[in-house]
Design a protein around this ligand. Structure first.
Ligand code: CA
Length: 568
């Protein structure tokens, strides 16, 4: 992989140097991030919607997990056409979630407890309700140049590009006689990053939140910000090859990091359809772009022919191969991965990849161990630390996500039966990851005193924080252990990783090495027993079957969903 990476031309700019730079990176190597989907975490005022005061109330719980950073999905003023990723004012809290005073209190309380917030910046586009876009619509040339307005072609729209939410990526504005670009919803206009005034505005927003005490940022679809100089039709695809990891993306990210003053801050970029070579450049510390990236190739191994809405059992060979490529590839060129299997856009990994009933506890733990022991910074998505499952909704009216409702209609129109369509939605809906947090076994799971905005799985009566706090062998206890181990064991935070390829189907195995210490990790992701070979005897380091003591070299039978970790 290092052949693909030729170093950077302009690394001479002095940011952090020597020990300071090392310390900044050390922090993230030992750190764990917790992701909060604000709407579903904790409701403090009984309106059925999670809010900032709810988060403040639960900060001691997050502290007890040992996490260092808390990433919150956007809660800024927004028409909420796309879950707050359509921002109308980046410097104000949407009243649905609280006030600026609540926000400041939340930040201060986390700070007191030794945790930092990462706020979520959707900078590829703004809401069309944003005042910049409103001024553009009025024909103000300064603000028209904040967005991407183009004349139409003979065929109508300037190009044939397709929006990621369906339909043309261009919308005509009759009063201006021009089209504007929206790679996502029609209410999300793409910003013109080629305009230095736009880049300066965005850096100013970063400085504003830093001034409030924020310790990091997550950047939404940030590898789409640089559009091509010439807009042309795409006769091979939907247009993405022209703007994904676009021509000036690295330059613009360096600029944002420099002007926003992001050194020493934890930053993560969400990367859409990206490449390993680009992710190395985004995250290599010498490049000063981002601390780490989310890539999504590993979360498509159960898409039939790449189609999210066509069911297929997960291909664990492909999963292992992707982990090997990305983990080892990033390592060879000093890139850094964000490690995750869940987020607010994904169904629950425990239901998706493993067995969320008979082997509920083993499944949650094997998936946790698999990623928390890898090279990178792990992210825990709210509820995975107690093993929250997919929603299990029985009728389409239970769903709220626009994408799910759209695809239900599309699937039915394509001839799927009610049962077939519901099975697909049940597996793939983003609402699976958005059901309210299960704090206790009461009717609304301790999430709200009112009516929750989205239903709560029946199994919350047993799967909840209160229950797991009582059980020393709980999933929650296992997560606490993993978070602590990353801080204590340099072999986890700083060790080399090498994947074992001679393993049975469904087993992912790798070795971590640091000085004289080695960890051997085996994760059986199937319900079948699998035989693996232990190369050298060692001490049992971690197990989800309560094993302990010395483990001799030789063959061993892994039980269903077994995680076996040996230290030498
Ligand atoms: Ca509320």
């Amino acid at each position: 992989m290092s052949a693909e990476y030729s170093g950077c031309a302009d690394c001479s700019g002095a940011y952090l140097t020597g020990k300071d730079q090392e310390n900044a990176m050390d922090d993230f190597r030992k750190s764990t991030v917790y992701q909060i989907y604000v709407k579903s975490f904790c409701d403090s005022n009984g309106d059925g919607i999670g809010d900032l005061n709810g988060i403040t109330k639960k900060l001691p719980y997050l502290k007890s997990l040992g996490v260092d950073y808390i990433w919150t999905t956007p809660f800024f003023v927004s028409p909420l056409n796309d879950n707050g990723y359509d921002v109308a004012d980046y410097r104000a809290v949407d009243p649905l979630f609280g006030t600026m005073e609540d926000c400041e209190k939340m930040i201060a309380e986390a700070d007191r407890l030794g945790m930092g917030f990462m706020f979520d910046m959707a900078f590829n586009h703004t809401s069309t309700h944003h005042e910049w876009f409103q001024k553009a619509l009025n024909g103000d040339p300064k603000y028209m140049n904040y967005y991407i307005f183009r004349d139409g072609s003979d065929e109508g729209a300037p190009t044939n590009w397709v929006s990621k939410f369906g339909g043309s990526a261009w919308e005509y504005v009759p009063s201006l006689g021009k089209y504007y670009l929206h790679l996502f919803d029609v209410s999300q206009a793409d910003l013109n990053w080629d305009n230095p005034e736009v880049r300066a505005e965005l850096a100013d927003i970063i400085r504003f939140w830093k001034g409030k005490g924020i310790k990091g940022f997550r950047f939404d679809v940030v590898n789409l910000i640089s559009k091509p100089a010439v807009f042309e039709n795409d006769y091979e695809g939907d247009g993405r090859r022209f703007y994904t990891d676009g021509p000036h993306v690295h330059e613009y990210l360096k600029g944002l990091a420099k002007e926003g003053g992001l050194d020493g801050y934890i930053t993560v970029g969400e990367m859409s359809s990206t490449s390993l070579a680009n992710c190395i450049r985004y995250t290599n510390p010498k490049e000063r772009e981002l601390a780490m990236v989310f890539s999504f190739h590993h979360l498509k191994v159960d898409y039939k022919n790449g189609d999210k809405w066509a069911l297929k059992a997960p291909d664990f060979d492909e999963l292992r191969s992707l982990y090997k490529t990305w983990q080892e590839g990033m390592q060879e060129a000093d890139g850094w991965n964000a490690l995750f299997l869940n987020n607010h856009d994904q169904p629950r990994a425990i239901s998706r990849f493993t067995n969320d009933t008979t082997y509920h506890k083993e499944s949650a733990k094997v998936l946790a161990g698999l990623i928390h022991l890898m090279r990178g910074t792990p992210y825990i998505y709210q509820g995975e630390e107690i093993g929250i499952t997919n929603a299990g909704f029985k009728d389409i009216d239970s769903y709220r996500d626009v994408e799910s409702l759209n695809y239900y209609r599309i699937l039915r129109e394509a001839g799927k039966t009610e049962a077939e369509a519901m099975e697909i939605i049940g597996e793939r809906s983003r609402d699976n990851g958005r059901t309210p947090m299960q704090w206790d076994g009461t009717e609304n799971a301790g999430f709200t005193t009112g009516t929750p905005w989205l239903g709560i799985p029946e199994n919350h009566k047993t799967i909840n924080v209160e229950n797991e706090e009582q059980d020393p062998d709980s999933i929650l206890a296992f997560y606490r252990k993993l978070v602590a181990l990353r801080k204590e064991e340099p072999v986890i935070s700083d060790g080399r990783i090498d994947f074992e390829v001679e393993v049975p189907y469904g087993v992912i195995a790798y070795t971590r090495s640091y000085e004289e210490t080695q960890l051997f990790v085996w994760a059986n992701l199937t319900g079948d027993e699998k035989t693996v070979r232990i190369p050298e005897s060692g001490k049992l380091f971690l197990s989800n079957y309560g094993m302990e003591g010395d483990i001799p070299a030789g063959e061993v039978l892994l039980k269903p969903y077994e995680l076996l970790v040996i230290k030498k």
